[in-house]
Ligand binder design. Structure first.
Ligand code: FAD
Length: 334
């Protein structure tokens, strides 16, 4: 369709305070897989101010090239400046595919860029693959409340663009000592590109570990019964070095913070061990945890769907089982 000039897979690299967000590495990993099917290269697009030193890390995780847009206007994320930066990179280099993390920044930036470039955008994808015949990017995401998975194509415009949920794709093993092949590009940032002035940045205090980084998650659902009763799960988590997470029902009930919600409208996690305690296993919950290495479910209903994905299942009352489990593990550790 006359898209011969559109080449390569570009990844928008999100950095905040000169620290690259994990999803950017995950997207480079996925990009390499797609690139192998297309015979293309993966280019990391790094926007920011005084961020050149981050480029080697991108090469270490697999980026073939890094396009660096370094300008004082990009020190703190603003929609207008970053849209201008990404738009200019796309206009100049004509990529075939551009991927963004479905983070707060990615969800803000990608639609603006897609409107300016005049192409489509599939938001919140959980799967990406190259169609073996047409070579189109097949972008898959949950639709209709997670009841179906929709696969979306963008045949008539380029680049094909998608935001991808953090935690779904896997980053490659880091190659220590890799050196980036950097191309510097600055489209110029005029005052017009700064409609918003950031006066102050106030960070939300967060004492909890990010559940997406945890190796062991102890997740509780409506069956836990109350905020107080989460103590049982906390004791188990403390004993095994785990972190508390939850279903949406526990968040809606006010027992847990939204930031520890697992699932379609929460976070996607992939820990070594996932305990699902008093969680039924609704499709929207499974979407966020079914890739965990080992799933252990405790539920009093033997027909709860969580048992369909569990590696180990205990049927019974969590109020009896969880304290026994904690005690047994403690005894083993002595
Ligand atoms: P329930 O479904 O009520 O299950 C409670 C379970 O606890 C039951 O299986 C019961 O047998 C068991 N139980 C009760 N008492 C005990 C006991 N004493 N001992 C042992 N077991 C016991 N949900 C999410 O989790 N994450 C999401 O991101 C998410 N996004 C959604 C997005 C949309 C658009 C929609 C429509 C829904 C979404 N949901 C999400 C909600 C989801 O559909 C379910 O309602 C929710 O996951 C149910 O949470 P639960 O398993 O904790 O509660």
């Amino acid at each position: 369709m006359g898209f011969e000039n559109n080449k390569g897979i570009f990844i928008f690299i999100q950095q905040v305070d000169n620290k690259i967000t994990n999803v950017s590495f995950e997207l480079i990993g996925k990009g390499k897989e797609l690139a192998a099917d297309l015979g293309a290269e993966v280019t990391a697009v790094l926007l920011g101010y005084k961020v050149k030193s981050l480029a080697d890390e991108l090469a270490a995780y697999g980026a073939d090239k890094v396009i660096l847009v370094d300008d004082p206007a990009l020190e703190i994320y603003t929609t207008e400046a970053y849209t201008h930066g990404m738009y200019s990179v796309i206009e100049r280099y004509n990529p075939e595919i551009v991927l963004y993390g479905a983070t707060a920044i990615g969800r803000d930036l990608a639609p603006r860029v897609s409107a300016r470039v005049h192409t489509g955008l599939t938001a919140d994808c959980t799967k990406l693959e190259v169609d073996p015949e047409t070579k189109y990017l097949r972008m898959t995401r949950p639709a209709f409340g997670g009841n179906i998975m929709a696969t979306i194509l963008c045949p008539n415009f380029r680049p094909q663009m998608a935001t991808v949920r953090p935690g779904v794709m896997q980053k490659l093993k880091k190659i220590e000592g890799a050196k980036a092949n950097i191309k510097e590009f600055n489209p110029g940032f005029e005052k017009n590109h700064k409609y918003v002035e950031v006066l102050d940045v106030i960070k939300k205090p967060s004492s909890k570990i990010d559940i997406q980084e945890a190796n062991i998650l102890v997740s509780g659902g409506r069956g836990v019964g109350s905020k107080e009763n989460f103590k049982l799960l906390e004791e188990l988590a403390d004993t095994i070095g785990g972190t508390i997470s939850s279903s949406r029902a526990s968040v809606d009930a006010g027992w847990q913070d939204k930031e520890v919600q697992v699932g379609q409208t929460g976070k996607t996690v992939r820990p070594h061990v996932y305990f699902a305690i008093g969680i039924s296993g609704a499709i929207q919950h499974l979407a966020g945890m079914e890739e965990s290495d080992v799933i252990i479910a405790i539920n009093k209903d033997p027909y709860a769907p969580i048992f369909d994905v569990a590696d180990y299942g205990v049927v019974g009352d969590l109020n009896q089982i969880v304290p026994i489990l904690t005690e047994k593990i403690k005894a083993e550790m002595i």
